[in-house]
Structures are given as structure tokens and as C-alpha cells.
Design a protein around this ligand. Structure first.
Ligand SMILES: *[C@@H]1O[C@H](CO)[C@@H](O)[C@H](O)[C@H]1NC(C)=O
Ligand SMILES: *[C@@H]1O[C@H](CO)[C@@H](O)[C@H](O)[C@H]1NC(C)=O
Ligand SMILES: *[C@@H]1O[C@H](CO)[C@@H](O)[C@H](O)[C@H]1NC(C)=O
Ligand SMILES: *[C@@H]1O[C@H](CO)[C@@H](O)[C@H](O)[C@H]1NC(C)=O
Ligand SMILES: *[C@@H]1O[C@H](CO)[C@@H](O)[C@H](O)[C@H]1NC(C)=O
Ligand SMILES: *[C@@H]1O[C@H](CO)[C@@H](O)[C@H](O)[C@H]1NC(C)=O
Ligand SMILES: *[C@@H]1O[C@H](CO)[C@@H](O)[C@H](O)[C@H]1NC(C)=O
Ligand SMILES: *[C@@H]1O[C@H](CO)[C@@H](O)[C@H](O)[C@H]1NC(C)=O
Ligand SMILES: *[C@@H]1O[C@H](CO)[C@@H](O)[C@H](O)[C@H]1NC(C)=O
Ligand SMILES: *[C@@H]1O[C@H](CO)[C@@H](O)[C@H](O)[C@H]1NC(C)=O
Ligand SMILES: *[C@@H]1O[C@H](CO)[C@@H](O)[C@H](O)[C@H]1NC(C)=O
Ligand SMILES: *[C@@H]1O[C@H](CO)[C@@H](O)[C@H](O)[C@H]1NC(C)=O
Length: 578
């Protein structure tokens, strides 16, 4: 039955005897990574950011058979604003330490940009590109043509890599999905039982097209997923991903699919955001379980997340998003001050959980930050109290914080019961604040309005989520609730995770002076409540790769994943096991 979707394959011809050419702008270096200076005061130390210039969407995320994670990204290697799109590339063994690689994808012509897309490992040589290997990589992406005064068509194309994803060759039979539309983009490919499936956005028609292919070269339209959820002004970067469904004890009880759609512009808070729909996918059609629209993040700086190809079934998916928003991505001060713009979010492990009141919710759990934990600066337990810690000696200016509140008798919680987490600069008085109100609607809130290094009308300063007790199954049998908060603070980006990722927020902030004091304070918690706190300093994930001049060169071996790559991997593993 499934073979019926491949009828059109018979009509296509596979003509790629010679290689398609690429255009290399003389200003864009080939063969070696662009060097980076990761020491600037706003430069994240445990998040990925490009060595220089402008980055946006994560692309082509896959994990190879050796356990190396590949992150490609929309990259302008010649400027600090969007444009001149290539695929930058970095690799990691632990999702926190990233080694920069040479630019992986170049356009075929000067007037064409390489837009977003995805990558898969063609382990069975379905494409025929890989006669003698099981680690061949095929990337599928949009090529966007530009005329002097107008946008040209956006078509879907592929490129193949014989060296595990370090260098690619454009397929001579491109495009593999043709179009005359100027708004058709961002293919994300997955493997479904016995064929490939791609989801591609018809951006301004609010449709995600689902296509199938036996070989990554010949694609057949299967169905549309149209007009679901918030529309904004465009749909972009769709993903279709199979996730485990876990019960409240964490056991995998089943699996379900999630369709994600990124909206830009027109998010509820302005600009860019990502919505998702849990549902059934039968190989050609995606049907959401309910009519609800759910968002992956309750702040404003997490867009176009992609899910790694190659994570085994029944394991949590792993995703990384672009930690910015098109409303101000090209204005943030890191461009003029430090020559780079945009970081990726920290990696998240994703699964579905039936949160009783909200239905199936996609959990965004911070991937264990153990590889970058340094010194536990404080670990303490209190009821109603506070703790304040000067971390100006922490060279990375990065922290990981956990606070677990247990034994909460919810029937005794008053409106004034709060737990706050605040980061302050004693010299400038700036602060980044957050907190939880245990009573009422249980809002969890974040305020970046007292940080003053970036003035922009769209740089919304306050965010909040309604956090419902029991929503994550945290109400214990004796009626005592617990609540958990984690924060990953990293110079100019902070991510919060409530209840292990039932709610998550990614927030950029640009202080004029580093924030170097952290405080946690609780008040009016009912008797019997306990706050258990741990604060860790973080090791810079970039410092180990800097030379004596402080420059991070990345993998400069010309053969991509060669000997230097292995040497670097030893450094990763050393820090991973510590
Ligand atoms: C195509 O490119 C690959 C990889 O760069 C190279 O090994 C091969 O020789 C090229 N083939 C032709 C026909 O140019
Ligand atoms: C790297 O950036 C820092 C901070 O902006 C600066 O002090 C340092 O001189 C730079 N290093 C190099 C090699 O340019
Ligand atoms: C590869 O082939 C095996 C054996 O036929 C099959 O089970 C698997 O689904 C295939 N996977 C891919 C990605 O082609
Ligand atoms: C891979 O595909 C090509 C083209 O179909 C074919 O010539 C080659 O024999 C295949 N290799 C393997 C190992 O299946
Ligand atoms: C693949 O292996 C076969 C058999 O060893 C060999 O004849 C052929 O040249 C190889 N092809 C490539 C592209 O390496
Ligand atoms: C793709 O579609 C355009 C517009 O319909 C057409 O001009 C072009 O010839 C097509 N290209 C291929 C390779 O079919
Ligand atoms: C799918 O959606 C696209 C974009 O709106 C549209 O052009 C196409 O006709 C739709 N296909 C079907 C079968 O509805
Ligand atoms: C997939 O679902 C669609 C829509 O419900 C249905 O038309 C189609 O027959 C289903 N395909 C299979 C293989 O079950
Ligand atoms: C979630 O749990 C509720 C309450 O037990 C149940 O009614 C509902 O069907 C479940 N939803 C899913 C999608 O499993
Ligand atoms: C942690 O902070 C509390 C409150 O300031 C203090 O009493 C305690 O000694 C600190 N613990 C450690 C291990 O530094
Ligand atoms: C936390 O901050 C909120 C908002 O400013 C405030 O109402 C509350 O009193 C604070 N709680 C503590 C313990 O400082
Ligand atoms: C918070 O709870 C989690 C999950 O039970 C546990 O792993 C972690 O160690 C706790 N942290 C603190 C500071 O108590």
C-alpha cells in the first residue's frame, strides 16, 4: 500500500554523472573554520554561538553512529546581519562543547542563498550516493533565488557528503521538489518505517506540505497540514518528530508524533515563536489529538528549534533552537561590540507527558549540564529565608542553579508565598529578576527590564507562565506539592525550566556591566515547606579550544573529521566524565 505514494518516482531520471558547481564568494573562507574570539563580556560560554558574524536557524541536526552531534546553521559569513546565507557547521560529543568546522554548504550561484533544511544519514544507500559506506549524509534544504529587485522561486534541493557531513556536493539533479513559489521552504526529513518523509512550509499559505520519497531524490506530495493553531504572518521551519510518551514516573508507555510550526512574524508576544501539535502520523497524514495550540517557550527568544535525526526510537528527542527573535536579532549589541550575533539555546531533551489538565505536553528538559559544571558554590536547605552569593570570581560568568520546593501544603499557601531568583550587577545596579507566586494562578515570571544595555521597542521586558500545581504530576498522594526550578545563566542569555521542563523560557539580556551577584529568596511559604538550593559555577566550553592569543580556531585539519577531530574529542570526553 505504501508503495502507491511512490508512483512519480518512475518518471524521474537520475542524472548526476558530473558534479553540480558551487559559487564561492571570495570573501568566504573555505577549507578551514572562521576563527572566533569567545572572550567578550556578552559571549555565552556554554551555549553555541558562531565564531564571527550572523547566525540564525539551526539546520541539518543529526547525530552520527559514533555519537558526534552535528549542528549546521544559517550563516552569513560576511556580515553581522542576515544575508548571504550558507550553512555553518559545528560538532559536539556532549551537546555543550562545540568545535567549529569549515562552512559546510555553499550556494550554486551568487544570486542564490542556501536557506534552512535538515540532514539524514543514508545508512542503507537508498539514494545511491554511497556505494561503499554506511555513514553517508544527505542534506535537504531550500535554495532561494534573488533577482535584482525581486525574490525568485524557493525550491527544495539536496547535497551529499562522503566524509560524514564535513563537506557536501550539490546533487546534479536539483531541485528535487521544484516550485515557482517565492515562499516554499525549510524541508525537515525523517525516516518513516520504510521511506523518507519531508515536511515543508508553504509559508504564506499557512500549510505544511508532507512529502514522501524512497531515495531522497524523488518526492511525492502526500498531504497538507493547513491552518492549524496560531497563524502569525508565515509558517516556517516545520518539524515532525516521534517522541516517547512518559508517565509521571518517567516510564515510556507509548509513542506519539509532534508537529512543530514556527511563526514569524506575528507571535503573540511579537516576532517569532514556535507552536506544536501532538498527534498521530500514519506515513502520509498528520492528525492532531486535539484542537489546542501549545507553545514551546513562554518568553521570546527561542525560534525554529530542530530535532536531531538519528536519536533511537523510544529515547527522548533532542532539540536546539535559535535563541533570538527576528524583531531585534539584527540589532542586538553583540554585533557592534563583539562582531557576532545570535546564540543557540541549550540542548533540550523532549518527550510527551499527560499533564492531566493540559493533555499531552511536550517537555523541554535541559540536557544534563554535567559536562560544564565546575564548582558547587552553595548547597543549602531553608524554609523562608534568602541567600546571596557574589560570583564575580567565576571567570565564565556562567551559573547553573536548581531550587526544589517540597512539602508544600497547597491548602495553606497564601498569596504572598514567593520564591525569587535575581542576578544583579553591584556596579551598575542592573538586575535580571524572576520568581514564582505559589498562590493564585501560580505565575512564574521573568523581568529583564532592569538590564539596560539594549534599548529596542520590541525587546519585551516581562514574561510569565501560569504554572498549575499537579500539572506535571508533582502533587504527591498526601496532598503536598513540590515545585522545581532550574536556571542556566550565561553572560547574556538565561534559560529557566519549571518542573523539569513543563514550562521553559529562553531570555536574552544585555547588561552594561556583568551581573555578578545571585540571590534566592523565599517568603510566606507554609510551615513544612523546604527549599533545597544548589548553585554551580560553569566551566567555559570555549576556553579549552582557545590558543595563547585567545583565538578559537576550530578544526583546522583540512580533512574535516580527521585526526585533529579525534584529538579534540579527547578533550570533550575528559570534561564529560569529570
Ligand atoms: C564530485 O565531487 C566529489 C567530492 O568533491 C569528488 O570526489 C568527485 O571526483 C567529483 N566528481 C566529478 C565527476 O567531478
Ligand atoms: C578578544 O576579545 C576581547 C574582549 O572583547 C579583547 O579584549 C581581546 O583583545 C580580543 N582578543 C583578540 C585576539 O582579538
Ligand atoms: C535500513 O534498512 C533496514 C533493514 O532493511 C531497515 O530496518 C531500516 O529501517 C532502514 N533504515 C534506513 C534509514 O534506511
Ligand atoms: C549504492 O547505490 C548505488 C546506486 O544505486 C549502487 O551502484 C551501489 O551498488 C549501492 N551500494 C550498495 C552497497 O548497496
Ligand atoms: C566500492 O567498492 C567496490 C568493490 O570493492 C569497488 O570496485 C568500487 O570502486 C568502490 N567504489 C567507490 C566509489 O569507492
Ligand atoms: C521548475 O519550475 C519552474 C517554474 O515552473 C520552471 O520554469 C523550471 O523549468 C522547473 N525546473 C525544473 C528543473 O523542472
Ligand atoms: C497544499 O497546500 C499548497 C499550499 O497552499 C497548495 O498549493 C496545494 O494545492 C495543496 N494541496 C492539496 C492537495 O490540497
Ligand atoms: C492515513 O490517514 C489518512 C487520513 O486519515 C487516510 O486517508 C489514509 O488512508 C491513511 N493511510 C494509511 C496508510 O493508513
Ligand atoms: C490524559 O489523562 C487524562 C486523565 O487521566 C485522560 O482523560 C486523557 O485521556 C489523557 N490524555 C491522553 C492524550 O492520553
Ligand atoms: C550557602 O549560603 C547560606 C546562606 O547565605 C550560608 O549560610 C551557607 O553557609 C552557604 N553554604 C555554603 C556551602 O557555602
Ligand atoms: C519576589 O518578587 C515579587 C515581585 O517583585 C515580590 O512581590 C515578592 O515579594 C518577592 N519575594 C521575595 C521573597 O523577595
Ligand atoms: C532537585 O530535584 C531533582 C529531581 O528530584 C534532583 O535530581 C536534584 O538533585 C534536586 N536538587 C536539589 C538542589 O535539591
Amino acid at each position: 500500500m505504501k508503495t502507491t505514494v511512490f508512483l512519480s518516482a518512475a518518471f524521474a531520471t537520475a542524472a548526476y554523472a558530473q558534479n553540480a558547481s558551487t559559487f564561492v564568494n571570495p570573501a568566504v573562507p573555505t577549507g578551514q573554520p572562521i576563527p572566533g574570539n569567545y572572550s567578550g563580556g556578552l559571549r555565552p560560554q556554554v551555549h553555541y554561538s558562531p565564531p564571527q558574524f550572523f547566525m540564525n536557524d539551526p539546520n541539518g541536526l543529526f547525530v552520527d553512529a559514533d555519537g558526534t552531534y552535528h549542528l549546521y546553521y544559517q550563516y552569513n559569513p560576511t556580515g553581522i546581519g542576515a544575508g548571504n546565507q550558507h550553512w555553518g557547521h559545528a560538532t559536539s560529543r556532549d551537546l555543550y562543547h562545540w568545535e567549529n568546522q569549515q562552512i559546510a554548504l555553499f550556494p550554486p550561484e551568487e544570486s542564490v542563498f542556501v536557506f534552512s533544511g535538515s540532514a539524514v544519514v543514508d545508512v542503507n544507500n537508498t539514494s545511491g550516493f554511497f556505494p561503499n559506506q554506511t555513514n553517508g549524509v544527505v542534506a535537504m534544504f531550500t535554495l532561494a533565488r534573488y533577482y535584482p529587485n525581486a525574490a525568485g522561486p524557493q525550491t527544495q534541493n539536496i547535497a551529499y557528503s562522503h566524509d560524514g557531513g564535513y563537506t557536501f556536493q550539490l546533487y546534479n539533479g536539483n531541485p528535487v521538489v521544484n516550485s515557482s513559489s517565492t515562499q516554499f521552504r525549510d524541508p525537515k526529513v525523517i525516516w518513516y518505517e520504510e521511506y523518507w518523509v519531508a515536511v515543508i512550509a508553504y509559508s504564506q499559505e499557512f500549510a505544511v506540505g508532507i512529502f514522501t520519497s524512497p531515495d531522497l531524490k524523488h518526492w511525492t506530495f502526500a498531504s497538507n497540514f493547513s491552518y492549524h493553531g496560531l497563524l502569525g504572518a508565515q509558517y516556517e521551519c516545520p518539524n515532525l518528530v516521534k517522541l516517547p510518551v512518559r508517565d509521571s514516573r518517567g516510564a515510556v508507555t507509548s509513542e506519539a508524533y509532534v508537529m512543530t510550526v514556527s511563526l514569524q512574524p506575528g507571535a503573540p508576544l511579537g516576532g517569532s515563536i514556535t507552536e506544536y501539535f501532538p498527534g498521530d502520523f500514519n506515513g502520509t497524514h498528520f492528525i492532531p489529538f486535539d484542537a489546542a495550540t501549545r507553545l514551546t517557550d513562554f518568553a521570546k527568544d527561542n525560534y525554529a528549534a530542530q530535532y536531531f535525526y538519528g536519536v533511537p526510537d523510544r529515547e527522548d528527542a533532542i532539540s536546539i533552537g535559535w535563541a533570538s527573535n527576528w524583531q531585534y536579532a539584527q540589532q542586538v549589541p553583540t554585533g557592534n561590540l563583539e562582531g557576532w550575533r545570535s546564540a543557540m539555546t541549550a540542548p533540550r531533551a523532549n518527550y510527551l507527558q499527560n499533564t492531566t489538565r493540559l493533555g499531552l505536553t511536550m517537555i523541554n528538559k535541559l540536557v544534563d549540564p554535567a559536562p560544564v559544571l565546575d564548582v558547587r558554590l552553595n548547597a543549602t536547605t531553608f524554609g523562608n529565608s534568602s541567600l546571596s552569593l557574589d560570583f564575580s570570581h567565576v571567570v565564565s560568568n556562567a551559573l547553573y542553579i536548581e531550587a526544589n520546593v517540597t512539602g508544600l501544603n497547597t491548602s495553606l499557601v497564601s498569596g504572598g508565598a514567593t520564591l525569587n531568583l535575581t542576578f544583579t550587577s553591584p556596579s551598575s545596579g542592573e538586575s535580571l529578576r524572576s520568581g514564582f507566586f505559589f498562590g493564585g494562578d501560580n505565575p512564574f515570571w521573568i523581568d529583564r527590564g532592569l538590564v539596560r544595555g539594549f534599548d529596542n521597542i520590541f525587546f519585551t521586558d516581562k514574561f510569565s507562565a501560569a504554572n498549575i500545581y499537579g500539572g506535571s504530576g508533582s502533587l504527591s498522594g498526601d496532598g503536598l506539592a513540590s515545585w522545581r526550578m532550574q536556571a542556566l545563566f550565561d553572560r547574556s542569555i538565561c534559560e529557566w525550566f519549571a518542573d523539569g521542563g513543563v514550562h521553559a523560557a529562553t531570555v536574552l539580556f544585555y547588561p552594561t556591566q556583568p551581573l555578578t551577584t545571585v540571590s534566592l529568596a523565599s517568603q510566606a511559604l507554609p510551615p513544612g515547606s523546604t527549599v533545597s538550593v544548589a548553585i554551580w559555577s560553569l566551566k567555559s566550553a570555549w576556553a579549552p579550544y582557545a590558543n595563547e592569543q585567545g583565538t578559537v580556531l576550530g578544526n583546522v585539519s583540512s580533512s574535516g573529521g580527521g585526526a585533529a577531530g579525534s584529538k579534540r574529542h579527547m578533550i570533550y570526553e575528559g570534561s564529560f566524565s569529570s
